[in-house]
Design a protein around this ligand. Structure first.
Ligand code: ADP
Length: 231
């Protein structure tokens, strides 16, 4: 386990440096393109490089954070964060995918107090992973519902889909590292099987809970509960 963690840490570092160099170089190229009046096509290509590099950076950051979490070395930020705003932001970043699946999104953000003290980047990633999965594993029409309510001095967020669903045994295993349900290997559904493991580790690091209710062929609901700490 130590060797694995060292390997992940080193690999991650070896990825992070080139990713930030690419980000800087792309920014400079964009400035240059603007000044010299380059074609719209060049700007579009640069935009793609920037977006994809950002995506790569987020993935690498998640792997690094997981390795650090395993070693108990993650330092969480403690910032007042409005979870409703986080949900809206994540949805905004998925609007193209939602449109592609002729998705319908229903929001029932009923929690009166939606402000938590948490690490905003990680909680964004958690909600992002769950919404991303709901979209990925809804092969036909996407019907996504997101609910919030205050419960037991905390905030409950529920992300409901009517996608593939899963059986009991699968529900028990999906939070394991690298576990993917074999039928999840649909042609267009790619992943590493790390998303939910990250979600569970991060929610537990925030002293919360995550659990799933699901039925094969009917759909899944992922619940996360996070404490509202007085501060
Ligand atoms: P990934 O999506 O990268 O494979 P995750 O850890 O996020 O990894 O999920 C693990 C597995 O759990 C997925 O491969 C998929 O089979 C299953 N899964 C996750 N979310 C859903 C969902 N909303 N509906 C059906 N299956 C899901």
């Amino acid at each position: 386990s130590d060797i694995k963690n060292d390997f992940i840490n080193n690999m991650t570092h070896e990825f992070k440096t080139p990713i930030s160099t690419i980000a800087l170089a792309t920014e400079m190229a964009e400035e240059n393109a603007l000044k010299s009046g380059s074609s719209a096509r060049i700007s579009r290509y640069l935009g793609i490089i920037k977006d994809e590099n950002k995506r790569l950076g987020t993935q690498v950051e998640k792997v690094l954070q997981m390795a650090l979490l395993d070693k108990g070395e993650v330092k969480l930020q403690q910032i007042h964060t409005d979870i409703h705003a986080v949900i809206e932001k994540v949805l905004g970043s998925h609007h193209v995918q939602i449109e592609q699946k002729s998705g319908e999104v229903a929001l029932a953000l009923s929690a009166e107090n939606s402000v938590l003290v948490c690490d905003p980047m990680h909680i964004y990633n958690v909600i992002n992973n769950l919404i991303d999965n709901a979209i990925k594993y809804s092969p036909d029409k996407l019907m996504l519902t997101i609910r919030t309510e205050n419960q037991q001095n905390g905030l409950l967020v529920s992300i409901v889909d009517q996608g593939l669903g899963m059986n009991k045994e699968q529900q028990h295993r999906i939070f394991e590292n690298f576990y993917r349900i074999p039928t999840g290997n649909l042609h267009d559904v790619k992943g590493f099987g790390l998303g939910l493991s990250y979600v569970q580790k991060m929610i537990e690091a925030h002293r919360g809970n995550v659990w799933v209710e699901s039925e094969l062929g009917v759909g899944s609901t992922f619940h996360i509960w996070l404490p509202i700490l007085d501060s």
